[in-house]
Design a protein around this ligand. Structure first.
Ligand code: ARG
Length: 591
């Protein structure tokens, strides 16, 4: 509905500047509530008008701003136009603002914001998001957890914007480590343990065999032999490998479910390993693959063609590498899924890898590589549990659970009291489990992570993560649950249409003005593929809702006032819930 108002302002601008209205739509933005000195709702920067050729260059910016503001017409919707510092400010009729916003939120709560004109160019098409992608028998480290949360957010956001989304988990399920693992398992593996504690057992075997391989040549050659058997598709070796993979995938599926994350495809390096020869043949026929003196095969990535930068695709022993399999995987995905864009989410240590990957694909003549993106994020330091360094995702979940229980036991606040009563040591209640896991999903999103740029590293701190006060996931849940409870209590008084005239007080207006920004926030999040814009928006919305809840009572107010306020609270609840779902948090109705 923000578009309705943007259109009205665009109309005024078009008349004065003599260009089509559409030019102005993306240039108009809602004034953030925190920055409001005036009662303006929308604004347009004169610098941006200049950049877009809507006004002629030259002259003093401020007098230009003033002159433009003076020329604009006022009408029933745009009540006042004034000049700020380099911006033209538009004040909307507050009753119409309330009416339009609440009307839309009542009739189509789920599409609010996402169907905005501002986002039209982002709608439609198919997006492949590859995220999480842990390695079999190795640690599921903090980077994998971060990739899971960020990738899930990106997939949810794209979906909300109307794209067809394919979620892919690309497992590290091939390579020399499987030679070691296979040889190790043949020595000290246990089928029994593999069934009961698959991830732990595989890791244990892997660590042990690595240790032995360091000092024992025979272990090394057994590993090389096992890997050779794998590469030659030998039945017995493959059966064991398949068992490791299947068991691992089943375990991960169970854990992802706890987090509310799902994948459409579990692919992996092994699957594409068989396609690497094909890729090499193509590269060869294109004259792009060069054999070096060392016997490796490389692709020259330098501008000057002097091999000052290159990628190795074949080792001297003839085996393929991580990047070779990635080239094969990208080509295969393009063919199978026909995606319009592909997004990879990993920590920034793989930035060069993806640059090289895209470069190779580009050199092979695949134009669509322009629509491939690597979303990189910084490293997480110091994420450990009481048992030591984090090895398994499940350890993090358990640690969070026990710390949260502990926190809550020690707290006296009413809110935490509620939580304690709901959270027995053995979690049974489904709602509680959801609260807990959505907090966990939000672990790094809010406290330390999602508020800042993804690229910065940060130090993990359990205490900050799990605190229930301040800007945390718990706060969003709490606000949502309170709004639900208010709406439940007054269910009989909530009617479908309402008179918005009681909503002109400053609290209500702030909430409405903030809702006006939602589509812009989604646009920013989608452009940058960064969750922080949405996180900050939802936090502010929760704060505004909390003070509105405090100061705008429903109980004891006249029927008309109560009705209007319930309408407002219901609107806030919808937007909060929609935004939380995009972040990957399931909103709870009770706490
Ligand atoms: N398994 C890899 C790792 O843990 C991440 C895979 C990233 N995706 C890719 N297509 N290379 O480091």
């Amino acid at each position: 509905m923000a578009c309705f108002f943007r259109r009205r302002v665009a109309l005024q601008l078009a008349e004065v500047c003599g260009l089509s209205e559409d030019v102005f739509i993306p240039l108009i933005s809602a004034v953030p509530v925190s920055k409001k000195q005036s009662a303006a709702d929308l604004c347009v920067s004169v610098k941006r008008l200049l950049q877009n050729g809507a006004v002629a260059a030259g002259g003093d910016l401020q007098s230009k701003t003033q002159a433009l503001a003076n020329q604009m017409k006022r009408d029933a919707v745009v009540e006042e136009v004034s000049a700020g510092r380099g911006v033209i400010l538009f004040r909307l009729n507050k009753l119409i603002l309330a009416q339009k916003l609440l009307e839309q939120l009542r009739s189509e709560p789920d599409v609010f914001g996402v169907k905005s004109e501002l986002l039209h160019h982002l709608q439609g098409g198919r997006t492949l998001v590859e995220f999480s992608s842990p390695n079999i028998a190795k640690k599921f480290h903090a980077g994998h957890l971060r990739s899971t949360i960020i990738g899930n957010f990106i997939a949810n956001l794209k979906k909300a914007l109307g794209k067809e989304v394919i979620r892919v988990n690309y497992l590290g399920d091939w390579g020399m480590q499987f030679g070691l693992l296979g040889a190790g398992f043949e020595r000290f593996g246990s089928q029994e343990k593999l069934r009961t504690q698959p991830l732990e057992h595989l890791f244990e075997v892997y660590v042990q065999v690595n240790r032995e391989a360091e000092r024992d040549e025979s272990v090394r050659s057994a590993a090389a032999e096992f890997f050779r058997r794998l590469e030659q598709n030998e039945d017995q070796a493959l059966a064991l490998w398949r068992q490791f993979r299947e068991i691992t995938v089943d375990e991960y599926k169970r854990i992802y479910q706890r987090l509310g994350v799902h994948f459409d495809h579990y692919s992996g390096e092994a699957f594409h390993h068989h396609q690497t020869q094909n890729v090499l043949d193509v590269l060869m026929s294109q004259g792009l693959l060069k054999t070096t003196e060392k016997g490796t095969a490389v692709v020259d990535l330098s501008e000057a063609g002097d091999m000052s930068s290159y990628a190795t695709l074949v080792r001297s022993d003839g085996t393929s590498l991580y990047i070779t399999r990635d080239v094969a995987a990208a080509l295969d995905r393009k063919q199978r899924f026909g995606f319009d864009e592909m997004i990879y989410v990993t920590d920034k240590s793989q930035t060069v890898h993806f640059q090289q990957l895209f470069h190779i694909l580009q050199t092979m003549g695949h134009q669509w590589t322009e629509r491939c993106v690597h979303v990189a994020f910084g490293l997480v330091q110091g994420m450990s549990t009481r048992r030591g360094e984090v090895v398994f995702l499940e350890d993090v979940l358990e640690e969070a659970r026990s710390r949260m229980l502990n926190n809550m036991r020690q707290s006296s606040s009413e809110r935490k009291y509620f939580l304690i009563t709901l959270l027995p040591v053995d979690i049974g209640d489904v709602q509680t489990v959801i609260v807990f896991y959505s907090v966990l999903m939000f672990i790094k999103c809010v406290c330390q992570d999602f508020r800042g740029p993804l690229m910065s590293d940060y130090k993990f701190d359990w205490d900050k993560v799990l605190q229930a006060h301040g800007d945390t996931g718990v706060f969003l849940q709490y606000t949502h649950a309170r709004l639900c409870s208010l709406l439940r209590r007054h269910a009989s008084e909530t009617h479908s249409c309402c008179d918005v005239s009681p909503l002109v007080d400053s609290r209500s207006v702030s909430v409405l003005q903030h809702l006006l920004r939602y589509d812009e926030v989604l646009l920013q999040s989608a452009n940058e593929l960064q969750p922080r814009h949405l996180v900050i928006f939802l936090m502010t919305l929760s704060h505004l809702a909390a003070s509105a809840h405090r100061e705008l009572p429903v109980k004891g107010s006249s029927a008309a006032v109560a009705q209007a306020r319930l309408c407002l609270f219901s609107a806030v609840r919808s937007v909060l819930a929609n935004g939380m779902r995009i972040l990957g948090i399931t909103p709870v109705e009770k706490m």
